[in-house]
Ligand binder design. Structure first.
Ligand SMILES: [Zn+2]
Length: 328
């Protein structure tokens, strides 16, 4: 009986010590390279059904166009209603998913998020047209130490090629300061040129338009945001010709039809570029968009565990020259 009691006490103690020494398991780290940190805008507080572009509506220039986003699904994503609600939701998600983000947008919001989630927010600053900021002002901002990334750069929306000489001074500054650059190329949704952004041109999203820029700035490290969707042939050719170019999956991963997303991603991996693909959301206003987008990668049955880890984390650590020890 006494032995039995000792045995029980022993079990209890070993149970207690193992409960004390085994820390709760954190999820494997994730880096989202494409997050917009904006003040909540009441006129863009819309519900959204992911993958809504599976049904490009017919239309007529003489009729009212259907709303850009559709809400015809069981459980539309809800927008955050205030800056506080947004910050709380983003911070909670980053903690829960063990996620670090590269974020662009309002400097006050960026600083608030950084403060609320130390070490999880890497700020970026973009410029898409010379009318936004002088080269001097941009260089001063980049040199301040606060911004670690140049992005999102989206000359396509301004009717400009990324190789346009008007943007050269900005890219030269990033090259000189050794700062990686994210450039929007490709996707824009339905009716971008004729319904919402008059200067937008689909042809200005062609990955080949980056060639002159890359030739002129051999030390410039760029990633192509939205992976040049849907111009996968040019994207593959450009990455083949330029050994340091990466892509992100942002935007199209939650807006286009899922079969189309997987076809595009599979093609990039199949072509041998699994080490040059970065996970990105194009986070805007819906807190649940992170998990929605991550599920696409999790469900990609043609990717191995290692390939998924490369896309979700390892490739970004390499591309942004981060310290992997900081994520342990
Ligand atoms: Zn973009």
């Amino acid at each position: 009986m006494k032995n039995c009691f000792l045995f029980l006490v022993g079990l209890l103690i070993s149970g207690l010590t193992s409960a004390q020494t085994v820390p709760p398991r954190r999820p494997l780290p994730i880096i989202d390279v494409h997050v917009h940190a904006m003040k909540v805008n009441p006129s863009f507080m819309l519900e959204m059904c992911p993958w809504f572009l599976r049904d490009m509506p017919g239309g007529d220039p003489n009729q009212q166009m259907r709303a850009f986003l559709n809400t015809e699904c069981v459980d539309p994503l809800q927008p955050a209603k205030s800056d506080k609600e947004m910050q709380d939701a983003v911070v909670a998600t980053m903690e829960r998913l063990n996620m670090t983000v590269i974020a662009y947008g309002d400097p006050t919001i960026l600083r608030n998020w950084q403060k609320a989630a130390p070490g999880r927010v890497i700020p970026g600053i973009g410029v898409s047209s010379p009318s936004e900021m002088s080269v001097k002002a941009f260089t001063d901002s980049l040199s301040s130490g606060f911004y670690k990334v140049m992005g999102e750069v989206a000359p396509q929306y301004q009717g400009l090629s990324p190789s346009d000489p008007a943007l050269d001074g900005y890219f030269a500054a990033a090259e000189k300061l050794n700062i990686p650059v994210g450039i929007h190329m490709g996707t824009g949704g339905n009716g971008m040129a004729n319904l919402t952004q008059a200067k937008y041109r689909a042809s200005l999203g062609r990955p080949f338009l980056l060639e002159d820029l890359l030739a002129k700035h051999p030390k410039l490290k760029i990633w192509v945001m939205h992976a040049g969707y849907p111009m996968v042939d040019e994207m593959i050719a450009l990455m083949g010709a330029n050994a340091y170019v990466y892509v992100d999956l942002a935007g199209f991963i939650w807006s286009y039809p899922q079969a189309e997303i997987h076809m595009y991603l599979k093609r990039l991996v199949q072509a041998g570029f699994g080490k040059r693909i970065l996970y990105g959301t194009d986070f805007l206003v819906w807190p649940r968009l992170f998990e929605t987008s991550i599920s696409v990668i999790e469900n990609a049955d043609y990717l191995s565990h290692d390939q998924k880890r490369d896309i979700m984390f390892n490739n970004a650590v390499r591309f942004f020259r981060l310290d992997p020890k900081k994520f342990e």
